[in-house]
Design a protein around this ligand. Structure first.
Ligand SMILES: [Cu+2]
Length: 273
């Protein structure tokens, strides 16, 4: 009987997700941030889509290179099947370090730069602005909180929140306490976006988390019916990153209904492991 009741509830919930309009309540999703590139960093990210269309982002992380800025972004998943953060198996050139370009195959390219102030467009101007990214304190801790008003939240982000990754960049490969060209050379990722002379240490990922958990299914509700791929002018500036952006575009156009339902079924209020 309980199974039957649960089945009816799930059927009703599925029906609700198909309604053409929905009055959504605040929705929170979380991501556990785990180290990449042996950074030793860890943390949590909490994304709350508020009723008024704004997005509150809270990140607490530790173990970062102290005293330096760490670029951070919400990345789009490379395609619908990717819900993982990169590992050394993505190290295509076998140099033992995951460049951002190698990692984007897993977490997609930059969707929404999490700047500390000012603009947050998916352009190098915002995504790689050293002066508007959080700086780790003397212990390597970052506590970040910002609520982006609705007009700053890119189209499609909230609809596809359940497919997003949170990434903080910046490693110290040669353990000298700073970013420098001597360690890994120049960031080809930044260079290809028009910013020459940026150490690769800056753009290599240090920590990554997959958005998942209690609210993910609800967060995706609107996307089923409204679509919501980012506007062309959003994606164009980063098109130079090549295949990753193409993959991202594909991901945003894939209907998420099936995955969302799966997440609804799995939703017990705890983030799946
Ligand atoms: Cu990033």
């Amino acid at each position: 009987m309980i199974k039957l009741r649960n089945a009816l509830i799930l059927a009703a919930a599925s029906a609700i997700t198909c309604l053409p309009t929905s009055a959504s309540a605040d929705t929170t999703v979380k991501a556990k941030l785990v180290e990449v590139n042996g950074s030793g960093a860890s943390g949590t990210a909490t994304l709350t889509a508020l009723d008024d269309g704004s997005l509150k982002v809270v990140i607490h992380s530790e173990g970062h290179v102290p005293g330096v800025f760490h670029p951070q972004h919400i990345h789009g998943s490379a395609h619908g099947g990717h819900f993982a953060c990169p590992t050394l198996k993505n190290d295509k050139d076998g140099d033992g370090v995951l460049q951002n370009e190698e990692a984007t195959g897993e977490y997609g390219t930059i969707f929404f730069p999490l700047t500390t102030r000012g603009g947050a467009t998916a352009t190098p101007k915002d995504a790689l602005d050293a002066t508007r990214m959080p700086v780790a304190d003397a212990k390597g801790t970052i506590d970040y909180e910002r609520t982006f008003p609705a007009d700053m939240v890119p189209e499609g982000l909230i609809d596809h929140l359940s497919t997003m990754h949170v990434v903080q960049h910046g490693i110290d490969a040669n353990d000298n306490g700073k970013y420098d060209l001597d360690a890994l050379g120049e960031s080809t990722f930044a260079k290809n976006l028009g910013k020459a002379g940026v150490p690769e240490e800056v753009t290599n990922p240090a920590i990554c988390g997959v958005v998942q958990g209690a609210g993910a299914a609800d967060a995706a509700k609107g996307g089923v019916d409204t679509g919501g791929a980012p506007a062309p002018d959003l994606t164009a500036p980063l098109a130079a990153t090549g295949a990753a952006m193409l993959l991202l575009s594909g991901a945003l156009l894939i209907p998420r209904r099936r995955v969302r339902r799966a997440m609804t079924v799995a939703d017990d209020g705890q983030a799946p492991s």
